[in-house]
Design a protein around this ligand. Structure first.
Ligand code: PMP
Ligand code: GLN
Length: 418
């Protein structure tokens, strides 16, 4: 066939960091601190809820309501209504999706038109860029910049308010934010969200708020929902993930919550592409949320216990990266920690192309020669700005202690050889 088969909107988005580096880590049987998933089991109450749902009769294996199983949209509306401080209508304001990925996809397809500009804050979860492109939109980037100094925390990565304001034009349709942030771990403070909110209101722009790590904050950092700020509910789509909420990334249940005048357009995309999400998985997630709702704020809550567990894991990984000469930025939230590699040297060989950015070369070397997988941070930037951050790589710390110990052994051995 001589004619071009692919649609032009796919051009330049054929590479995917997860496909590439997850395969490389598997090929070299590396200790995997690359892809973000917990390598331990989800909580018992969630597993039991799933088993119960699967064996709960024939209807658990049939289609259910297109926009979300009734029990799931009901508890999501109840819980998030309480958090946002706004009554949420389960049948109008909630859409259940195949993971946060599909919630994001529906949002961009539904709200972004040809030529619309979408502001994306760098570093960003990589799929925002191809999703905006597939919707025909134009990405406009604005960076978080690290304040100078040593012993950085993710809170030291900040937006310049004037720079952000300068990106809003008559064509701006939406801004995407991600808090807690992947990859830095930044948890936006109310004042920072207020700057964004004021600009959204001033320019009549939609805010797409990716909050998949909302329950995971450390050292007293507090997750604030931008939808809870005055004037923001009616212009915000908040995205969540049961995979991240219950340490079960294979569940692929997610949601978009917002005012019905926005969500109804996401529903149009959803009903004509996916239609509905697996019934039993939704029922299990509904039950998981019901269990947590009843003990919210209590010590036995999984949403209380998980951040405590992850704080230990975060500190353990930070100490061991430091001992190998890497300089980690301590995250206030999420699954990940970025580390500065500029003070370490490594001898990349012919199997690693010298044309690639430093962080790509370093991670490939780390996987192939040391058996430890991470992710290059320039993958979370636009091609134009990736070069400026090629001194950083990302590690995932939400892993079994045995996995973190194996990583520590590798890093210690490397440090002793230097
Ligand atoms: N947003 C962010 C910031 C993520 O890190 C991820 C990866 N889990 C997603 C969205 C997609 O989530 P899901 O696995 O629920 O599709
Ligand atoms: N969100 C996860 C991460 O950032 C993985 C995404 C994926 O594997 N597609 O590591």
């Amino acid at each position: 066939m001589s004619r071009q088969m692919h649609a032009r909107r796919l051009e330049g988005i054929d590479k995917n960091i997860w496909v590439e580096f997850t395969q490389l880590a598997a090929d070299y049987q590396a200790v995997n601190l690359g892809q973000g998933f917990p390598d331990f089991a989800p909580p018992k109450f969630l597993q039991e809820a799933f088993c119960k749902a699967v064996s709960g009769g024939g209807l658990m294996h049939q289609y259910t309501r297109a926009f979300g199983h009734p029990s799931l949209v009901t508890i999501l509306a109840q819980l998030f209504g309480r958090l946002v401080g706004h009554e949420i209508q389960p049948l109008e304001d909630v859409l259940v999706t195949i993971g946060a990925y599909q919630a994001l996809f529906c949002t961009f397809q539904a709200l972004v038109d040809e030529g619309d500009e979408v502001i994306i804050i760098e570093p960003f979860f990589d799929c925002y860029q191809p999703m905006v492109k597939m919707a025909g939109g134009k990405q406009v980037y604005v960076p978080l910049r690290p304040r100078g100094g040593s012993n950085l925390s993710s809170g030291d990565w900040v937006l310049c308010a004037e720079e952000l304001a300068s990106k809003f034009t008559a064509k701006t349709k939406a801004i995407v934010i991600n808090t807690p942030n992947n990859p830095t771990g930044k948890v936006y403070k109310t004042e920072e969200l207020q700057v964004i909110a004021d600009l959204c209101i001033k320019h009549d722009v939609v805010c797409i708020s990716d909050e998949v790590y909302e329950w995971l904050t450390y050292d007293g950092a507090k997750h604030v929902k931008i939808a809870s700020l005055a004037g923001m509910w009616e212009r915000t789509v908040t995205i969540g993930s049961a995979g991240k909420t219950f340490s079960a990334t294979g569940l692929k249940v997610g949601w978009a919550i917002g005012p019905s005048h926005l969500i109804k357009h996401l529903k149009t995309v959803h009903q004509n592409s996916v239609y509905h999400c697996p019934t039993a998985a939704q029922v299990a997630v509904a039950e998981g949320f019901q269990t947590e709702y009843d003990r919210l704020g209590h010590p036995e809550s999984y949403f209380q216990q998980l951040p405590t567990l992850f704080t230990h894991k975060r500190n353990k990984l930070a100490a061991c990266l430091e001992s190998a000469g890497l300089r980690p930025t301590l995250p206030e939230g999420g699954y990940f920690m970025i580390a500065d590699i500029s003070s370490v040297s490594f001898d990349s060989d012919d199997s690693i192309s010298q044309d690639e950015p430093l962080d790509y070369r370093f991670v490939k070397w780390l996987i192939k020669k040391k058996g430890l997988a991470a992710i290059p941070v320039s993958a979370f930037y636009s091609p134009e700005h990736g070069k400026e951050v090629q001194n950083y790589v990302r590690f995932c710390f939400t892993k079994e202690d045995s996995t973190l110990n194996a990583a520590e052994d590798i890093l210690k051995k490397w440090a002793s050889e230097k």
